[in-house]
Design a protein around this ligand. Sequence first.
Ligand SMILES: Cc1cc2nc3c(=O)[nH]c(=O)nc-3n(C[C@H](O)[C@H](O)[C@H](O)COP(=O)(O)OP(=O)(O)OC[C@H]3O[C@@H](n4cnc5c(N)ncnc54)[C@H](O)[C@@H]3O)c2cc1C
Length: 419
Amino acid sequence: MAEYSALALLKNAFSGNTDWKPAWRKAEPKPRYDVIIVGGGGHGLSTAYYLAKEHGITNVAVLERGYLGSGNVGRNTVTVRSNYMLPESIRFYEHSMKLWENLSHDLNYNVMFSQRGVLNLGHSPAQMDEFAKRGNTMRHLGADAELMDSAAIKRLIPAIDDSRSARFPIVGGLMQRRAGTARHDAVAWGYARGADRRGVDIVENCEVNGFIREGDRIVGVTTSRGEIRAAKVGVAVAGSTGHVMRMAGVDRLPIESHVLQAFVTESLKPFLDTVITFGMGHFYINQSDKGGLVYGGDIDGYNSYAQRGNLPIVEDVMSEMVTLFPSLAPVRMLRSWGGVCDMSMDGAPIIDIGPLPGMYLNCGWCYGGFKATPASGFCFAHTIARDEPHAFNAPFRLDRFHRGTVIDDKGQGATPRLH
Ligand SMILES: Cc1cc2nc3c(=O)[nH]c(=O)nc-3n(C[C@H](O)[C@H](O)[C@H](O)COP(=O)(O)OP(=O)(O)OC[C@H]3O[C@@H](n4cnc5c(N)ncnc54)[C@H](O)[C@@H]3O)c2cc1C
């Protein structure tokens, strides 16, 4: 588009950026909307975007208690993949992958989607059998998957410890080449700008502190900036789901909040051009475009709403990194942080109508919801607009826990082994 041309960039540089416009308006809340989305994370913003784009519903407010990107959308380690085992998950995450592949064009905003591949390492013949089964299922359902042997892995990642004497020798791996990373802040900003341009009000510093009810029905919210009413209220608050839903009187959900930590090192020369996951220890790593290694491990083993973690996980994660890459031992860690994850009991998300009339729920993303951002918003918008789930989220309803049809994709839930 003309406004982002090289000439426009040059003009802005010499004018002190005086005609740069904010990416979204600082909207004041109106007393009433057709739809309110509680939570301005990736999922809330993408839902608002697709409500406007796909369904023409633009009288929408996204209410965010802090600033955009203050939650997990700005705290994650940016892995995007669709390498699941169960058909319901593969279909949903593969739909997300297809949206990712066109997202920068769709939003006219560079989300820096980089299909650098995600490689799950295998450490035993039994694990490789399981990878072969998973890869076949993925390919059968239209995703890409490729088995690699240890020699091919060593060629791809020369620094990896492939010795037979390693505690968990590398036997092979399952590679998804279309998987990779995206720039998390850009995803939040791109969706925010896209929604704003279609008329959605994005209201920051607006904490929802209660729900307005008429009988059983939710008809609005009370906030730190006053009462706001709406025909439909969607909740997409990730790690705060238990807390927010309790305000509506829903105090039993199959969700626990846990902290997940992430780490980044000083910048190194290009060293790793794919994402690796190490399932035997629960560790994953990629190298950012700035050169820092971005990595993480397991969740902290207790419930918490605090966005910070504890030292035992730090020690655990560092030892796993050095196990895989002994040459990284002298590298300095620059920063670490934590985010609160909404861990569902089967590891799969919930995108549904209810549980109260007038309300819609989007949660249970565990530590894997960044990759779901496009499909989650797309499906949640459909569910809110049409009062019925889309085919992609029909299996992810809340009542699956009553019906016993949980979607237990090994390694995704509260007892994780793969990232
Ligand atoms: C360290 C870490 C690493 C991760 N790595 C990956 C990864 O590599 N790949 C991947 O796919 N996923 C990853 N995840 C998970 C992913 O980040 C989350 O599942 C996803 O971001 C959650 O959805 P969201 O973006 O909408 O959440 P959030 O960004 O947390 O959005 C929820 C918003 O709701 C707001 N809110 C809460 N309460 C209220 C209230 N009362 N009123 C108004 N607003 C409220 C919060 O302020 C927040 O902004 C990771 C998570 C963490 C913490």
